[in-house]
Design a protein around this ligand. Structure first.
Ligand code: SF4
Length: 689
């Protein structure tokens, strides 16, 4: 068996690249991409190569701290004192305000085993279902949309699948910056001759890079994804380009016919959609014909699909297109969400939602609850708990009082910063378990130091459902891996947890979760990694899902009526802001800003079209004020034709910018995923912050 002892998995994006950590004494000095890593095959991006720097950064907090009020200074305490304080505060609050007054948030940056333990602590220890995760603000619509249409909340393909694709449709994603190693494989396939359709308000790099040029770029107005996708479906149905044999065999024909009559309605025609979306009917017709008739068609999408008031509807509109054209259930096709964080897929798989147990089984299913009730020795609540925004609302209203946040900075990453702050401020015990004193920690009463991916064992699950090993290559600077901290909290609250190693947590996951039934650390050691479902039927995992039949039985067509967002432009706020990432930074930058990545990029910029800049007297690199109905911030302008007139764009990597002070209160109708991608704003010259 090969020696994998120094092979671990990048803790940034959902590609999940494998690396060898080269050590000098107790410290990592180099991350070398691992040639046998199945997700990256020896490649990496600039983020991954420098991913070790933050583990030894001076800003890390290594000792637990407590304070009575958030205006008090922090006081260092022993771990025992911290656990006992948290346990007594949570017990007091539940006694005083009720069992539902407390909750927890799991982290997509932590391992599967760690997120499993946080949801277990909430369900077994707190006795409620008030657990949620940062997927709430990114891919929760993927979970809803793909479960509804296909029966499981995950992408359908492995990354290798792209090598057999003839037409790639990228919507609401910028793989070059967000998922660079996968983007390289995608570009290789495009250079070999596959055709490309890009649906995005910005002219992202992929539209034209060396030797790659999109056949179609549909530069739609932010907020009109559903209209454009339904118009593509209109063309496919009206011109008879659908795959009748596939639909008759794999879907419900009557349901298809109902959906077909819906997409054929005049308001869904390319001509009707042209006005709302800003995309010409000709482009819509051309893109639809290419996707439907160009051979194997694969759709890749990102947060530009999910972070909308119709995020779940958009995911279902994508699923409709793939089913209608028979582009599912074999290599080279499929519906592929490019998950943002390293373990956002895993955090969702592990039951981090208030309505779902591990493996996406609804909390109301008696048989599922019975499995855990017998193992955990408790009666589980059969009602869904609170989502993150509901927790914050309840805190402001006075009924939610304590929160355990593992590895997430909700103040910086969640929308409507002022409301998040008000919710946190209203709580009596906020426990932040993290590497650094982040923005959320400004409102915390207890700080528990976290561990980096280099300091612990476990697994991450990437965007292709691949379960990769995370291996401890250095001792935790703070003394304990995150799973150990959660275990001690549970013990302090009276639970008799006795895990000696994360492999034992995985054994419990496998014993209780059908899609993980065959997963063991021994198997991962032998195979390197496996893709779930991994069980008796698929002992070494499942690269492509829905072969021969959908997980839900028949694929479900859903009517996807376009409903314009409530966020409207007007005389005071005439521009539409949309947001995204850049290659060298990762999310709110808590990690990358503490590595050598800052050499590549160290501020958020506002992209604005020359026409809009000139009208406002703004020159390139000028400071500007970005103002919306929710708030305002300052940043520098970058004048570019990447964005269309009327649209501006920025990133959200730097706390100095706090881009989310301007984002809106609107969210996806099904999942509450915030509508980060559409905010009406005005931009004006300023003198800086
Ligand atoms: Fe790979 Fe993503 Fe890490 Fe880059 S950030 S090395 S693409 S996992």
């Amino acid at each position: 068996m090969p020696d994998h002892s120094e092979i671990t998995t990048c803790a940034y994006c959902g590609v999940g690249c494998s690396f060898k950590a080269e050590m000098k004494g107790e410290e990592v000095v180099r991350m070398v991409p691992y040639k046998d890593g199945k997700a990256n095959r020896g490649h990496s991006c600039v983020k991954g190569r420098f991913a070790y720097g933050y583990a030894t950064h001076k800003d890390r907090i290594l000792n637990p701290m407590i304070r009575e009020k958030i205006s008090d200074p922090w006081r260092e305490v022993t771990w025992e004192e911290a656990y006992s304080h948290v346990a007594s505060e949570f017990r007091r609050i539940q006694h005083q305000y009720g069992r539902g007054a407390v909750g927890g948030i799991t982290s997509s940056r932590c391992t599967n085993e760690e997120t499993y333990l946080v949801q277990k602590l909430v369900r077994q220890g707190f006795g409620n279902n008030n657990v949620d995760t940062c997927a709430r603000v990114c891919h929760s619509p993927t979970g809803y949309g793909l479960k509804t249409t296909f029966g499981t909340s995950a992408g359908t393909q492995d990354f290798d699948s792209v090598e057999q694709t003839d037409v790639v449709l990228v919507i609401g994603a910028n793989p070059t910056d967000g998922h660079p190693v996968f983007a390289s494989r995608l570009k290789k396939r495009l250079r070999e001759g596959a055709k490309l359709i890009v649906i995005d308000p910005r002219r992202i790099d992929l539209v034209r890079t060396p030797h790659v040029e999109a056949s179609y770029h549909l530069p739609l107005r932010p907020g009109t994804n559903v209209a454009v996708l339904t118009a593509l479906a209109h063309v496919i149905v009206s011109e008879g380009l659908f795959d009748e044999a596939f639909i008759r065999e794999r879907c419900d024909w009557d349901e298809f016919q109902d959906w077909a009559s819906f997409v054929l309605q005049p308001e869904n025609s390319p001509e009707a959609v042209e006005k709302a979306s800003g995309v010409s009917a000709e482009l819509i017709r051309g893109a639809a014909r290419l996707y439907a008739t160009g051979g194997n068609g694969a759709i890749y999408y990102g947060l530009g699909v999910t972070e909308h008031s119709q995020g779940s509807t958009t995911v279902m509109a994508i699923a409709n297109l793939a089913m209608a054209t028979g582009n599912l259930g074999r290599p080279g096709v499929g519906v592929n969400p490019l998950r943002g964080q390293n373990n956002v897929q895993g955090a969702c798989d592990m039951g981090s939602f208030p309505h779902e147990m591990p493996g996406y089984r609804h909390i109301s299913e008696d048989a599922t609850r019975a499995i855990y009730e017998s193992l955990w020795g408790v009666k589980l609540d059969n009602e869904p708990g609170l989502r993150i925004p509901n927790m914050l609302d309840a805190a402001v209203e006075g009924s939610f009082k304590a929160l355990y946040v593992q590895g997430e900075d909700i103040l910086q990453s969640d929308p409507n910063t002022h409301h998040v702050a008000a919710g946190l401020e209203a709580m009596e015990c906020v426990v932040v378990h993290d590497l650094f004193l982040n923005e959320t920690a400004n409102y915390a009463h207890v700080f528990l130091p976290g561990s980096t991916f280099l300091e612990k064992d476990g697994t991450f699950t990437n965007a292709e459902r691949r379960i990769n090993r995370v291996r401890k290559v250095m001792a935790p600077k703070n003394g304990y891996a995150d799973w150990e901290v959660t275990q001690e909290m549970a013990r302090a609250m009276g639970q008799d947890w006795t895990y000696a190693h994360p492999s034992e947590i995985m054994d419990e996951i496998a014993a209780t979760t059908p899609s993980f039934a065959g997963v063991t650390y021994d198997l991962l050691e032998r195979e390197g990694s496996v893709q779930w479902p991994c069980n008796e039927k698929a002992p070494t995992g499942t690269p492509v899902m829905h072969i021969g039949g959908f997980v839900r039985g028949k694929g479900k067509f859903v009517r996807t009526a376009y409903v314009a967002t409530d966020e409207k432009v007007g005389p005071r706020f005439p521009l539409l802001l949309t947001t995204g990432r850049i290659l060298s930074q990762y999310n709110v930058g808590a990690q990358t800003r503490r590595t050598d990545n800052v050499l590549w990029h160290d501020e958020d910029l506002l992209e604005i079209h020359p026409f809009d800049a000139e009208n406002r007297g703004i020159r390139d690199r000028d400071w500007v004020k970005l103002k919306s109905r929710s708030g305002e911030t300052s940043l520098r302008a970058r004048i570019t034709e990447r964005v269309a007139p009327g649209v501006v764009y920025t990133t959200f990597h730097h706390p100095a910018t706090q881009a989310n002070v301007v984002t809106t209160e609107y969210s996806d109708w099904a999942t509450n995923c915030p509508e980060y991608k559409v905010t009406a704003v005005e931009v004006s010259p300023s003198n800086g912050p």
